[in-house]
Design a protein around this ligand. Structure first.
Ligand code: MG
Length: 206
């Protein structure tokens, strides 16, 4: 007898109201459980996932170190900026701040403030993570893409993930970093600059 046949036979046996209720008792108890969970959920706020997006670009110039994701990459040029100009960490910082509905990195760390001159950008990520914790939140994951014509980014990605995860106090598994070229097009293709984009998801209490 197939499962379908067994189902048909069972249906044909429902002849009394008692039989009908016996069959529907399980769904009703499941409904009660959901109702309880809903009421408990209102009492103890459940987390909601918030998503943020970030983008940054810096100019490539001679005489500067190239730092991306906290990793110093040997190259003929480096990114220009007030801090270490780590476009990847800046994009991630903006994504985390965006998930919180906060203002951007420039608001928290203005490039006119001498305190941030030449500093490693990991301190911006540490601060963003601190604000997440202050709000009772938890970073779920980060994903980012570096857009650079040169140098090759791939050999440095594992170390970038380690440093980004350490700055945000999350596991490396929660951090994605990818890289692409700009197919020799535009200012990135002409190696005049490097850009990065990122998304962050953060669990926040409702
Ligand atoms: Mg920047």
């Amino acid at each position: 007898m197939t499962a379908d046949d067994r189902g048909k036979k069972r249906l044909s046996q429902i002849t009394t109201t008692r039989e009908f209720h016996r069959l529907y008792e399980t769904p009703r108890s499941v409904c009660n459980l959901f109702s309880f969970a809903f009421r408990a959920g209102n009492f103890y706020p459940s987390p909601m996932v918030h998503v943020g997006i970030g983008y940054d670009v810096h100019q490539l110039v001679a005489g500067r170190k190239l730092v991306l994701g906290g990793v110093e990459i040997p190259h003929t040029k480096g990114l220009d900026g007030h801090s270490d100009a780590d476009a990847l960490m800046h994009a991630i910082c903006d994504a985390v701040l965006g998930a919180l509905g906060e203002e951007d990195i420039g608001h928290f760390f203005p490039n006119t403030d001498p305190r941030w001159k030449g500093v490693p950008s990991k301190i911006f990520l540490e601060e963003a993570a601190r604000i997440v914790a202050l709000r009772g939140g938890k970073i779920v994951n980060i994903d980012a893409t570096v857009i650079a014509q040169a140098p090759k980014i791939y050999p440095h990605i594992a170390e970038m993930k380690r440093r980004i995860a350490a700055a945000l106090d999350v596991s490396e598994k929660q951090v994605g970093v990818k890289a692409t070229t700009n197919e020799h097009m535009g200012f990135i293709g002409r190696e005049e600059g490097i850009a990065a984009m990122a998304v962050a998801s953060v669990n926040l209490p409702e």
